[in-house]
Write a new protein. Structure first.
Length: 283
């Protein structure tokens, strides 16, 4: 059994759906008999993904839609919603998954920061604001799944723009779920999807073979569906290197920086290396 929104002939919309986790989710939903729309940047990659989806969809190409969309532009997201509704009807499942990670530094180019925040954070806000009202109005069960990151919780050094964007996704999705559950008659729930190490084009960094520690996008999507069905809000995914118990200790330590008034990002501060190692071991 899966969540009631994930059912034959229901409509799934996935941004960032032409590759990686987004495409794996789209393939899984199409294989379950859903009508699927993927939105991504245009080009051959989008066309290839559309063909792959049509090959597994019960209604072939009639049940699949692909659209070139820049999620940082709300007018393009609004056009996406219009086209989905015209073709398939109201969305039952919205997966705000589009994301980029070109790298950043605190004093890096402003344009780089604006683009990362525009896609990773504003894309999720745009998708939720554009699609949710009609999903709520229809009065049947639905899902909004927003792709976050562990980096938005523990904020490791090295890529501050990405961390800021994903920390924003966490805060926004928590607020979204609070508002949804307090809206009369609303049967839509929001969920924060937090992948572990997943081997995708975003994380490959030139590698062609999956590292032993990484999960595949398909494993990650199966975990996501299982935990959404179980009712989890925080869908914290493990991988082959990092079990949930280690994620929990890392997150607790990060929160402890505030409570204990330690230096920022003390996990990576040489004076706290031994203390963190003991903490992880539960000593």
């Amino acid at each position: 059994m899966s969540h009631p929104a994930i059912a034959p002939n229901h409509v799934a919309v996935i941004t960032g759906g032409a590759s990686g986790i987004g495409l794996a989710a789209a393939m899984r939903f199409a294989g379950l008999g859903m009508k699927v729309c993927i939105a991504d940047l245009g080009g051959d990659r989008l066309k290839e993904a559309e063909a792959k989806l049509a090959s597994v969809a019960r209604g072939a190409s009639a049940d699949i839609m692909a659209m070139a969309v820049d999620v940082s532009r709300i007018e393009q997201v609004a056009e996406l919603e219009n086209e989905v509704r015209r073709r398939f009807g109201c969305a039952d499942l919205l997966m705000n998954n589009a994301g980029i990670q070109p790298g950043s530094t605190a004093f890096g180019p402003l344009e780089n920061w604006q683009r990362i925040l525009g896609v990773n954070l504003w894309g999720i806000i745009h998708g939720s604001q554009v699609f949710a009202p009609r999903m709520i109005e229809r009065g049947r069960a639905g899902l909004i799944i927003n792709t976050g990151s562990k980096q938005g919780i523990t904020t490791p050094p090295g890529d501050p723009a990405y961390n800021v964007s994903k920390a924003g996704v966490k805060a926004f999705t928590e607020a979204l779920q609070h508002e949804l559950r307090n809206t009369a008659g609303c049967k839509i729930s929001a969920h924060l999807f937090i992948p572990g190490h997943v081997f995708t084009a975003l994380t490959a960094r030139g590698r062609t073979e999956k590292p032993a520690g990484a999960w595949t996008p398909e494993q990650t999507v199966d975990f996501m569906i299982a935990r959404v069905t179980a009712g989890d809000f925080y869908i914290l995914c493990p991988d082959n290197d990092v079990p949930r118990s280690l994620d929990e200790r890392r997150m607790l330590w990060a929160a402890g920086d505030i409570i204990e008034n330690r230096p920022a990002l003390s996990r990576w501060h040489p004076d706290y290396a031994e203390a963190f190692a003991r903490f992880v071991k539960g000593e």
